[in-house]
Write a protein that binds this ligand. Structure first.
Ligand SMILES: NC(=O)c1ccc[n+]([C@@H]2O[C@H](COP(=O)([O-])OP(=O)(O)OC[C@H]3O[C@@H](n4cnc5c(N)ncnc54)[C@H](OP(=O)(O)O)[C@@H]3O)[C@@H](O)[C@H]2O)c1
Length: 396
């Protein structure tokens, strides 16, 4: 067993011992898992959603550490990505039969978006798993879910996103949205499993090779094209992300060390900016661009910001005001204290750009986020016209 794993296990054994005395229901199962953890034996992990973006990174990390992985999904996404692994085909929406009769040390739930689906799988799995890891989102926090104001640049009284920040609520039951649904999913799983057996991960925007949203990917890819480039807001606006590979390492630590609790997954706050991101994009692509920073009224008037991934907006970005006030100042201390490590964002940008270049041309022609070349050129013309008018006014 490597030293890191031994350290994690030792650190978590005190908590696990409390679990054993405090919760008779899982005593035998947990004892068995802990024995195998201490021995460094392979653990058996069930992945609900192991074939999309972040799932494969987790699967690879678990396999690299010698564990056994079973996949459960519909068989639609990246169907042949792990030909040697057992694939249980089913659907979170009422088709869980393939899970019946199985037994695992831990389940990692990457595909929980609907509370009823999460409740169903938790109820079915509770007797046969000793840890439920639910991938939630920082959208679970009220400050992150975009309900505060319609404007990007009006000041709102919103704190940084801390662990005790209020969670978001469903404002309209007839139109459920992502953040409030994630909160309800977290609650369903916790209610069934109990806090002692729950690990909840709340990532910020995730990035890295394999990202199917193209949100962070847009920035290095755009910089690599060169020329004059529209840059949003101000260079000193804060920026955070988390590399899917760093989440994967932490998840594997959680499984091996029985790490329970709620963890924000993010690079540290207050140490990286949009200006640095664009400088790093130039460094990793080897391309210099001529940056034109446009202001928030211009961005808002032209409908360039939305936190959904879609074409012709500015993805993975937001000013430290208005709706996005808290989006890039998320506290990840609890995860760092539990052993989470995040790589430099420059490395994420470098590897994402390298991965992007390996994709088929058709896919690269149809980026799923960011401004198209045509739209960006139009916007730059409009910005310079506005700027010239302002200059003329100032002079006269
Ligand atoms: N990407 C981000 O920036 C971000 C940020 C914060 C949190 N998260 C959370 O991270 C998790 C994973 O995100 P991701 O981007 O890796 O997702 P993804 O790429 O969409 O992958 C989803 C996985 O779930 C499976 N799946 C989807 N619907 C299913 C269903 N009804 N029944 C069974 N399996 C189903 C898919 O396989 P099949 O299609 O074959 O079923 C696939 O393996 C999600 O919970 C998301 O909310 C993501």
């Amino acid at each position: 067993m490597d030293k890191k794993r031994r350290r994690i296990i030792q650190a978590s054994l005190a908590g696990s011992a409390a679990l054993l005395t405090g919760c008779g229901k899982v005593q035998t199962e947990s004892e068995d898992v802990i024995t195998r953890q201490v021995n460094g034996d392979p653990l058996h992990i069930l992945m609900l959603g192991g074939t999309g973006f972040i799932g494969p990174h987790m699967v690879r990390e678990l396999l690299r550490r010698g564990h056994e992985v079973t996949l459960f999904n519909r068989g639609r996404t990246n169907r042949n990505i792990f030909p040697d692994l057992e694939l249980l085909v089913g659907d979170r929406d009422g088709k869980l039969d393939a899970l019946k009769g199985g037994s695992w040390d831990a389940v990692i739930d990457n595909s929980g978006y609907v509370p009823r689906h999460v409740a169903d799988s938790a109820k079915l799995l509770s007797p046969v798993v000793s840890q439920y890891i639910f991938t939630s989102s920082v959208a679970a926090y009220a400050a992150m879910s975009g309900n505060q104001t319609a404007s990007l640049y009006h000041d709102v009284d919103m704190p940084n996103t801390e662990y005790d920040s209020p969670l978001t609520k469903m404002l309209d039951q007839t139109a459920p949205t992502y953040g409030p649904l994630k909160v309800l999913c977290e609650r369903e799983a916790t209610q069934v499993m109990g806090e002692d057996r729950m690990t909840i991960l709340r990532p910020v925007y995730i990035a890295g090779p394999g990202d199917r949203s193209d949100r962070l990917t847009y920035w290095p890819v755009r910089v690599a094209r060169g020329g004059e480039m529209l840059a949003p807001g101000k260079p000193d606006y804060p920026m955070q992300t988390v590399d899917a590979r760093d989440i994967a390492t932490f998840v594997a630590d959680c499984v091996e060390g029985r790490i329970m609790g709620i963890y924000n997954m993010t690079t540290p706050p207050g140490v990286y900016t949009m200006g640095q991101l664009l400088a790093d994009c130039q460094a990793v692509s080897g391309t210099e661009v001529d940056l034109t920073w446009v202001d928030l009224p211009f961005i808002e008037e032209n409908g360039l910001y939305t936190n959904e991934s879609s074409n012709n907006n500015l993805p993975h970005w937001g000013p430290p005001s208005g709706d996005t006030r808290s989006d890039f100042i998320v506290n990840g201390d609890r995860a760092f204290n539990a052993g989470m490590r995040t790589r430099p964002i420059r490395e994420t940008l470098r590897d994402t750009l390298a991965w992007w270049k390996t994709l088929p041309e058709d896919r690269r022609k149809n980026m799923r986020a960011g401004l198209s070349a045509e739209r960006e050129a139009e916007l730059l013309v409009a910005w310079h016209k506005l700027h010239d008018q302002r200059q003329t006014k100032l002079i006269s």
